[in-house]
Write a protein that binds this ligand. Structure first.
Ligand code: NAD
Length: 527
């Protein structure tokens, strides 16, 4: 079995040299990625065509285009992302600096899936580089053309001592998982997700698991079904249904189902005028195993209302709609992950919500609701847990880099896209800095612990509910102001308090910055 100890050790020693922490290095590698994408747009499309019969337009729309935008987004925002984040402080830390640093984690492993073989490898890598890590990408062996292309291109464009691509199947991935990584980012099915989590547990390595699930669609009574049909079928049949956030099944009333099926026939004729089998805009199943699995689903429940044709030699399955499916049918027991769309009639939105929550496949990666009624939308948002949600469209929630993308429960853990990817691969380090002056304030926490100190500490530590806080602030402010005036007068007089350590300037600063502190000083002086 392959052994990757040396690879990981060498990555870690380059990381410890600080090379990847340098902002210039991060920028140069992100620029290299941009160049890789621009120089090889056609070759990437060709590999996608060979692996999935993905149309060039779709490759651009769903793979290369969004990745390119994410690189540019990272380059444009990197300066902001790496800035230490200032945080609010409490009474005890008014004079201190408190901030969060975003430190890189070290050597990170990215395990990609075959269905979006560029995105699932490269999108996480953008944030990993932006955060200053060393990276190993393990492309999916199932999208073999893309895996070999990435294996060829990555060493040509990147700093090879810090960024590597390792290809292989289960034995290679198993060997990689035997090593100690500082983060593992996995995309794929939940069976392997458990293997990843177990391997990570050995070294307490943090992970992101981007998995799938049965993403439901609810169609309300009041919708324009022509539009609904276009949007659902586009989401379902992009990449021949092999999309993690593809609408998996539809729930609606029996009447809506019958009308929707008619609209779906029209949509498919519009999308593929020459028929999907001949259309260059329609993909194929990735492998025989996946083809056979999805083909079986056509007989998995209800009646074939649209499509249903297959061609073994091409791994072709027509866009297929199954009507009158029930929740106990085989097609409803697993993620479809292919171009078969079951429609399950339900009484109303309450039944739909109850059914999603009772489903055996856990919280879905995406939730889709088609409705013009905000109350119905809110019912779903409140009543169903899902990784993400999109109202009146499909897939489009994934195109906004300011939204987190990721699952919940059985659909995954962790999130990415945009800044979230950068944060995934960063350690948020809480830091506090203070000066060596003001020791009299600190005196209250040092032994000996007197009754007076106890009273003050109890008072300081007492958290107040927000509604009372405003009134308390007014009282503290008045008290602090009075005390500051009192100290000032005392200093002018020079007799009431002998306080050479508290100058008038300090009092003013205290008064402005933290009127509470004046009280602490007074209290600590009493000790
Ligand atoms: P896959 O077969 O490509 O496997 C994913 C990765 O796991 C590959 O790199 C593979 O080498 C590795 N792997 C496979 N078996 C392994 C084992 N026994 N031990 C260690 N590593 C192993 O992809 P897949 O799992 O068929 O992907 C499809 C699933 O991924 C679907 O459920 C889909 O919903 C989900 N997915 C999720 C997202 C997301 O962003 N949440 C994106 C794409 C796909």
């Amino acid at each position: 079995m392959a052994n990757y100890s040396e690879t990981v050790n060498s990555l870690r020693s380059v990381f410890q040299s600080g090379r990847t922490k340098n902002l210039k290095w991060r920028r140069s590698q992100l620029m290299a990625l941009l160049k890789l994408l621009d120089d090889n747009r056609d070759r990437l499309s060709e590999a996608l065509e060979k692996d999935l019969r993905k149309n060039k337009f779709e490759s651009n729309l769903m793979e290369v285009g969004p990745i390119r935008n994410e690189v540019i987004y990272a380059l444009n925002n990197l300066t902001d992302w790496v800035k230490p984040e200032k945080v609010k402080k409490g009474i005890l830390n008014m004079m201190d600096k408190a901030y969060i640093r975003h430190d890189p984690l070290g050597a990170v492993l990215i395990i990609a899936a075959w269905n979006y073989p560029v995105q699932t490898a490269i999108l996480p890598m953008i944030g990993a580089i932006a955060a200053g890590n060393c990276v190993v990408i393990k492309p999916s062996e199932i999208a073999e053309n893309m895996a070999s292309l990435l294996e060829e291109l990555i060493p040509k464009y990147f700093d090879t001592e810090c960024i590597k691509c390792i290809c292989g199947g289960i034995p290679e991935t198993t060997a990689l998982l035997k090593e100690k990584w500082d983060y593992i980012f996995y995309t794929g099915n939940s069976r392997v997700g458990k293997i990843i989590l177990k391997a990570a547990a050995e070294y307490l390595t943090p992970v992101t698991l981007e998995m799938g699930g049965k993403s439901p669609v609810y169609v309300d009574e009041d919708c324009d079904l022509g539009t609904v049909s276009n949007r659902i079928l586009w989401g379902k049949n992009s990449n021949a249904g092999q999309t993690c956030i593809a609408p998996d099944y539809v729930m609606c009333s029996k009447e809506t189902q019958d009308a929707l099926v008619e609209k779906m026939k029209i949509t498919l004729e519009k999308f593929y005028p020459e028929g999907p089998a001949k259309s260059s805009c329609y993909g194929r199943l990735v492998s025989d195993r996946h083809y056979q699995r999805v083909k079986k689903m056509i007989e998995g429940g209800g009646q074939v209302a649209v499509g249903g044709d297959t061609n073994d030699s091409e791994r072709y399955i027509a866009p297929t709609v199954l009507a009158d499916v029930t929740f106990s049918d085989p097609v409803m027991q697993d993620e479809v992950f292919g171009p078969v769309l079951p429609i399950v009639p339900v009484k109303n939105e309450d039944e739909a919500i109850a059914r999603i929550n009772a489903g055996s496949t856990g919280a879905p990666l995406a939730l889709y609701v088609f409705s013009n009624n905000q109350q119905v939308v809110k019912k779903f948002l409140d009543g169903v847990n899902s990784g993400g949600c999109c109202v009146n469209d499909c897939l489009m929630q994934g195109s906004i880099p300011t939204l987190p993308f990721g699952g919940v429960g059985s659909s995954g853990m962790g999130r990415y896209h945009g800044r979230f990817t950068f944060e995934t691969f960063s350690h948020k380090r809480g830091c506090m800095e203070r000066g060596l002056e003001m020791e009299s304030v600190n005196n209250i926490r040092y032994p000996p612990f007197t009754k007076n100190k106890e009273k003050i500490v109890t008072w300081i530590l007492k958290q107040k509910l927000k509604s009372n806080a405003n009134m308390s602030l007014v009282i503290y402010f008045m008290f602090g102001t009075l005390f500051a005036v009192f100290l000032k007068l005392s200093n002018i007089d020079g007799s009431t308090i002998r306080t050479p350590r508290v100058t008038l300037r300090q009092v003013c600063i205290l008064k402005i910055k933290n009127f509470d502190l004046s009280i602490i000083i007074l209290a600590s002086r009493k000790e």
